[in-house]
Design a protein around this ligand. Structure first.
Ligand code: ZN
Length: 433
């Protein structure tokens, strides 16, 4: 794994400090770049000795936490804080507005999320006054300076500079994920189109990134949906890991090789992805790391697998809702990475753009426009049951501007006629805009 970290790091072009505005208010007065060199994650594998034998700069984690200690009752490592600890810290720091504290509780903001709260997220959490938001951010930055995690930035040819949360980096830096570097995205297509040399690795990064873009946009536009930071991380993990189970030459493995080599089995790469994800988590002992970042592995691993695979074979008892990871009120989260309902998902957004780029053909689908107009609406299905779905403007569908390239090949209208009829009603349109 250590060697593979190196591989991943070579792909990383630059590192940005999330809290680049941190001032040297601590007694150590360390320079920001010095802080950036530290690894705050105690679970990170030990660094190898340098080739020339010179010692590494000793780590100084802990000094800031001691100086900026929020109180004797709270652990100095803010990542261990539960929601109650966060609220206690806010109260002792002078943020006592009940509405805000309730919002932090409702959204289950644990200590691991604190360093990632920016102005727009705080606004969504009910901190309406700009001055208060700035004060709260400064407070959190000072407290968490010793635990600033490294957000890694990749320069992707399709999406530009894309940034990943440290937990996502831990997943990317596993042998199971790095394996995707050697699997051709378009299988044998490379032997026809010489530009089609791209691999599942970069596509998976793109899907993880787009999943984050869409879920975050929905959370910001519709705070009433109560999309938590935990939800967002899980959706991004599902985006990253949705293709882990592909075999050599991708679909050629499913469609050509397996039917000849193993006619006795039915192979689906989605099932392979779920099994490989389980193996990735267990063999790299990621459950405690997930916990550190605020996830609840028992629920969230199931949620991630369901997003990749679809509903479990045995549905939840006494319920028409087939999923276990998240309740029906968050049904739309299952439509981001692999949309089993109409096929419009971020997986396709990425491979449309990426494959066209490498094949040298034009891509007519503009995912940024789709994200801009996407809203969650309650839509009746053919049985009259209401469910929350990702919708777009009627105008977009009618004019064929943004989703025509997706719905035409997918025969979206035929696949789900109920949603089409309901989505076109004036009532839904009003809900949208
Ligand atoms: Zn894919």
């Amino acid at each position: 794994m250590t060697g593979l970290n190196g591989l991943a790091l070579r792909a990383v072009l630059s590192v940005r400090l999330r809290a680049s505005g941190v001032r040297g208010t601590l007694s150590s007065q360390r320079h920001v770049s010095e802080v950036a060199m530290q690894r705050a994650d105690p679970e990170q594998p030990a660094k190898r000795p340098r080739c020339d034998g010179s010692p590494r700069t000793p780590q100084r984690i802990g000094a800031a936490a001691a100086n900026a200690s929020p109180g004797s009752n709270l652990h100095t490592d803010i990542r261990t804080w539960e929601v109650e600890d966060v609220c206690s810290f806010l109260e002792t720091s002078g943020f006592r507005e009940k509405k805000v504290l309730d919002s932090f509780k409702e959204n289950k903001i644990t200590g691991s999320f604190l360093p990632f709260l920016d102005e727009s997220r705080l606004e969504n959490l009910g901190v309406s006054c700009l001055k208060e938001r700035k004060k709260m951010i400064a407070c959190i930055q000072e407290l968490s300076q010793s635990h600033i995690e490294l957000m890694k930035v990749f320069n992707d040819p399709i999406h530009g500079h894309i940034e990943f949360h440290p937990l996502l980096i831990r997943i990317i830096d596993t042998p199971q994920f790095q394996r995707l570097r050697y699997i051709k995205q378009l299988g044998g297509g490379y032997y026809v189109f010489p530009g089609a040399s791209h691999n599942r690795f970069e596509h998976s990064l793109g899907v993880g990134y787009l999943a984050g873009c869409l879920v975050r946009a929905l959370a910001e536009k519709q705070p009433e949906l109560q999309i938590s930071e935990r939800d967002m991380l899980c959706v991004q993990i599902a985006g990253l890991c949705h293709d882990l189970g592909h075999g050599p030459f991708s679909h050629m493995f499913d469609g050509r090789f397996i039917p000849l080599a193993r006619p006795d089995i039915t192979w689906r790469h989605e099932q392979g992805s779920v099994e490989m994800f389980e193996h990735l988590v267990s063999s790299n002992e990621l459950k405690p790391i997930m916990k550190n970042y605020g996830l609840i592995p028992e629920e969230d691993i199931e949620f991630i697998k369901e997003q990749i695979m679809g509903p479990p074979v045995t549905p939840v008892q006494d319920s028409s809702w087939p999923y276990k990871g998240r309740p029906a009120k968050k049904s739309f989260l299952y439509e981001i990475v692999a949309n089993k309902r109409n096929g419009i998902d971020v997986d396709k957004w990425d491979y449309f753009a990426r494959d066209c780029h490498h094949l040298g053909i034009q891509n007519n689908f503009d995912y940024k426009r789709f994200v801009k107009f996407a809203r969650i609406c309650e839509v009746k299905d053919t049985h009259g049951k209401k469910m929350k779905h990702i919708c777009t403007r009627e105008k977009e569908r009618k004019d064929g501007d943004i989703i025509a390239p997706l719905i035409t090949p997918l025969k979206w209208n035929n696949k789900d006629p109920g949603s089409r009829q309901e989505a076109s009603k004036d009532k839904v349109k009003k809900q949208l805009f």
